[in-house]
Design a protein around this ligand. Structure first.
Ligand code: GLY
Length: 292
């Protein structure tokens, strides 16, 4: 059995790539990384990799992460400039260093030492991204987060994002933060988040969801429970929840997703389910605070 789920409609290409790899007995980590790389290279995805949102200085600073649910090792490259594939740097951090997280100039130097190709500013920063920056719009944070299961039962997670548009240089969101933006444990399940990183980090969404699946909750119910709990926790402590959305998969390859806002979609596919996009009905709507 293979299975894959990833945030947002734009990750249908991730699921198709995962299908290609996993249906030929490829491994979960290769599938997650390769699928995320496609989105990183897609200039039409405004919040990931090439063409991603620019920071307040008009620069592109990318975050990426991977986790191998079988070894429970993870790798992160955060605040990286001049590279198209932070997810690949993150994997190299996991596999070729005794560390888990490298940031900024250190991550870039390490990537060069590993022979990971750099990318020109003219390729990375698209005209559309410049236009958005010139309008000084704070418009988004639509990370890709993917969870994969291979036929041997191994699970993996990968995330990648440019982070929030107009972010303060040096800001890191949830996507490369273990337990918040991603978490996976082979034999249990995996989760990945998208939305306003600060809210997702303060409520540790991905770890919570995996723990709920550990105790038998379905991926759909775990996603809904975590999103609702995160939203209500922030409210209860005097905050105003921003966008929070989650995809989950269990060790059987079942998946689900939930959000506290309109418009969230995810892509998924498995041995028994052709790749497709799911429109999510919000479990609660942050703009009206009504349960859906
Ligand atoms: N969820 C992506 C970010 O806040 O950076």
């Amino acid at each position: 059995m293979w299975s894959a789920v990833a945030t947002w409609e734009f990750s249908l290409q991730t699921i198709e790539k995962a299908k290609e790899i996993l249906s030929q007995n490829g491994n979960a980590l290769d599938a997650a990384e390769a699928g995320v790389r496609l989105v990183e290279s897609d200039p039409n995805v405004e919040s990931v990799g090439r063409g991603g949102f620019l920071n307040a200085d008009g620069d592109l600073e990318l975050d990426g992460a991977v986790m191998d649910g079988t070894t429970m090792k993870f790798g992160v490259a955060a605040g990286v400039k001049g590279f198209e594939h932070p997810v690949t740097i993150a994997r190299a951090v996991m596999e070729h260093t005794p560390h888990a997280i490298l940031v900024g100039a250190g991550a870039e130097r390490f990537a060069r030492e590993m022979g990971i190709p750099e990318a020109d500013r003219s390729r990375l920063i698209t005209e559309q991204a410049k236009k958005v920056w010139e309008e000084k719009k704070k418009i988004g944070h639509d990370t890709i987060g993917a969870i994969t299961l291979d036929p041997l039962g191994n699970m993996a997670a990968a995330t990648s994002t440019s982070g929030a548009s107009m972010k303060t240089p040096g800001r890191v969101g949830d996507s490369p933060i273990i337990g918040s933006g991603f978490y996976v444990e082979t034999g249990v399940g995996g989760a990945a988040a998208t939305g306003w990183g600060e809210d997702i980090m303060r409520t540790c969404c991905s770890f919570r969801a995996v723990d709920l699946m550990r105790y038998g909750m379905s991926p759909q119910k775990a996603a809904e429970t975590v999103v609702l709990t995160a939203h209500e926790t922030i409210l209860r402590h005097g905050g105003k929840p921003d966008c929070i959305a989650l995809v989950c998969m269990n060790a059987e390859g079942e998946y689900g997703g939930a959000a506290n806002h309109q418009g969230f979609t995810y892509a998924c596919g498995s041995e028994n389910d052709a790749p497709h996009v799911v429109q999510v009905t919000p479990i609660i709507d942050k703009d009206s605070d009504t349960k859906g």
